[in-house]
Design a protein around this ligand. Structure first.
Ligand code: GLA
Length: 382
């Protein structure tokens, strides 16, 4: 869990923004809720590497240097992450790491980096993805520091099959997430929340997911919308509001998927709804459940769907999803979902993650669900 600069700052991030974000993560309670890694995305580096191939910090935007910034972040009880690309350039066109992996891994370790997001932009010099990502994985293994290795290859070459073998800890499964429900024909690239939910399902990759090797459906857009910096960047089209029900659906599914929770909201403008969604303890507990299972779909009936995942102790998390434009009643039962309690349990305890209500049932699970919304339950023995 953590917070990354990209969705809120795009390519305009500065060292001051990162310091302010570090302070805000502490003040807002995000750090204490588990959002521990503060990751600086693209554009922290100078446009060109030094003559010996090493990275230099961006002279105007990151004047104090990365070691100094990492110290600031560490002093606030957070971990520090950084970004590069497995190509000649980052997506913003700054020179990146291909061919300089060892040198860069050593710089990261020296600076106190705890997490590397490793993107897929720039020229690949005819090297395939496994080769390029293994080069950095091996370099990170050789340095004297534990660095979480986040493979950002967009799912192009099925990284869930080889991510662990190149020492990766998580890998993007899909293209870039937009702050919207569904992509439109005008989008040059990027995916809406429901597009990513569908791709996670179609790719049938839950079996590759688990502790120390996570499928990553991309960062959170909760709290963002058409005005956020990434939505305004070149190539993206976010023109409709990203509704509250849609944002709750987004967070619920990422928790059901046991996905990495990397927030990307603008911490300078934290509103109550965003805070309430991102800091929901029951939802976070479902995300962080020790079994680390990626939930899957159990049932479809038109716009009504039932999804679930097994939790530690045989309990279960359930999502009732309404894809339609009108509110609907959705009903399923404990027999349909991934519940593994002993046969003599005749009565089940249900907690509604979003409104905190608790009740018991002898088997039926039901709710009236808003358009593009969910009901999100935890189910156990009564
Ligand atoms: C790619 C990645 C994004 C972000 C940008 C930065 O698009 O997929 O997550 O890191 O590059 O330029």
């Amino acid at each position: 869990m953590g917070w990354n600069t990209w969705n809120a700052y795009s390519w305009n991030v500065t060292e001051l923004d990162v310091r302010n974000a570090a302070d805000a993560l502490v003040e807002t309670g995000f750090r204490d809720a588990g959002y521990e890694y503060l990751v600086v995305d693209d554009c922290w580096m100078a446009e060109e590497l030094a003559d010996d191939g090493s990275f230099r910090n961006h002279p105007e935007d990151f004047p104090a240097g990365i070691a100094d910034l990492a110290d600031y972040v560490h002093d606030r009880g957070l971990k520090f992450g950084i970004y590069s690309s497995a190509g000649t350039e980052t997506c913003a066109g700054h020179e990146a790491s291909l061919g300089n992996e060892q040198r860069h891994a050593e710089q990261f370790a020296e600076w106190g980096v705890d997490y590397l997001k490793y993107d897929n932009c720039g020229d690949h010099r005819d090297r395939d993805a496994i080769d390029r990502y293994a080069a950095m994985g091996e370099a990170l293994e050789r340095v004297d520091r534990d660095v979480v290795y986040s493979i950002c290859e967009w799912g192009n070459n099925e990284p869930w099959r080889w991510g662990r073998n190149v020492d990766g800890h998580l890998w993007r499964t899909t293209g870039d997430i937009l702050a919207k429900w569904k992509r439109s024909e005008d989008d040059e690239f990027g995916l809406g929340v429901v597009d990513i939910i569908d791709e996670m399902d179609e790719r049938d990759i839950a079996g590759y997911h688990g502790p120390n090797g996570w499928n990553d459906p991309d960062m959170l857009q909760v709290g963002n919308g058409p005005d956020s910096a990434q939505s305004q960047s070149e190539g993206f089209t976010v023109d409709q509001p990203f509704r509250e029900a849609e944002q709750r659906t987004h967070f619920s599914f990422w928790c059901l998927f046991a996905a990495p929770l990397m927030a990307g909201n603008d911490l300078r403008e934290l509103d109550e709804t965003t805070r309430e969604i991102l800091l929901n303890e029951d939802a976070i507990a479902i995300d962080q459940d020790p079994l680390g299972i990626q939930g899957t779909r159990d049932e479809t009936d038109g716009d009504r769907e039932v999804w679930s995942k097994r939790l530690d102790g045989g309990e279960c998390a359930v999502i009732l999803l309404n894809r339609g434009d009108e509110p609907v009643d959705i009903e399923t039962s404990v027999e349909t979902v991934d519940l593994h309690l002993s046969d003599d349990v005749g009565s089940y305890a249900v907690t509604d993650v979003w409104n905190g209500e608790e009740w018991t049932t002898d088997g039926s699970l039901e709710a009236t669900v808003d358009s593009h919304g969910v009901a999100f339950f935890r189910v156990g023995a009564a």
